[in-house]
Design a protein around this ligand. Sequence first.
Ligand SMILES: [Zn+2]
Length: 256
Amino acid sequence: MKTIFAETIVRSPLLSGVPGLRHGFTTRKLGSMAGQIHSRDEQATNRAALEAAIELRLIKASQVHSADVVLVERGIATRLRDGASEPVSSAMRLEGDALITRERGIGLAVAVADCAPILLVTPDGWIAAAHAGWEGTTKRIVGAVRDAIAARGGRIVDARAVIGPAIGGCCYRIDAARAALIRERLGDTASLVGPVDGRFDFAIADELAAQLRAAGVPRIDVLDRCTRDEVGTFFSHRGEDGKAGRGLAFIGWSQA
Ligand SMILES: [Zn+2]
C-alpha cells in the first residue's frame, strides 16, 4: 500500500542542525509565491501565511538571471555592484539573484520553478539565498556570493550549503548552441552530457555543487529532487509548458 503524504516544506538535514536557523523549500501545497501566472493578491496571501508560519519577514528581489548580490541591512537592500537600493519587502523591484545578510528575523527568499535554489550559512552568522538557472550558473553566482561574504570577513570556508529541488540533468535537455555557450563560459569541465540527437543534458545542481566546492564550502547537501519529475509536488517551468507558479526557498535567523 502506498502512503500518500503531501509535503508542505522540504528541508535539508544539513541546515536543520544549525541552532536558530530556519530554512526550507516550499511545495505546491502552499500555493504559488511569485511569478506572473497566479494573481498578485493570491500570492501575497500565500507569502503572508508562510511568514506567519516561519516567523520571519520574507525579502525577495526581482530575479533577472544575473549574478548580482544584494546586501540586506537595517531595512534596506543594496545591490553590491552599483549601490542601487530599496527598502526591503517580499516583492522588491530591485533586481538581483542572490541575497545576503547577518540580521535576525529576516527570511531571504528566492522564487523557483526548475531553476536551482541555493541556501548557505557560515559559522559567523552570514546567510545567503541564491537562484540559478543555466544563466546564473554560467555567470558563476556562487562565486559572487562567496566574494560578497568573504569581503565582509565571513568564514565561507566553514560554510554549509544546500542545493534545493531543481530540474535534474535527467530532464534538462538543451540545444547545441546553448551547450556551446555553457562550455565557453565554464570550460570543458561543465556538467554536460551529450550530444544525443544533437542535444545535451545539463546538470545544473552538479555544476553548482562543483562551484561551491571550488569556493571552499566544505559541506554541501544536494537534495537531488527533480522538479520536472516531481511536478505534482513542485512547480516546474518545463513540466507545465511555461505556465508554472513559483515556490520559495528561504533562509533566516529566528528573532529570539
Ligand atoms: Zn528529471
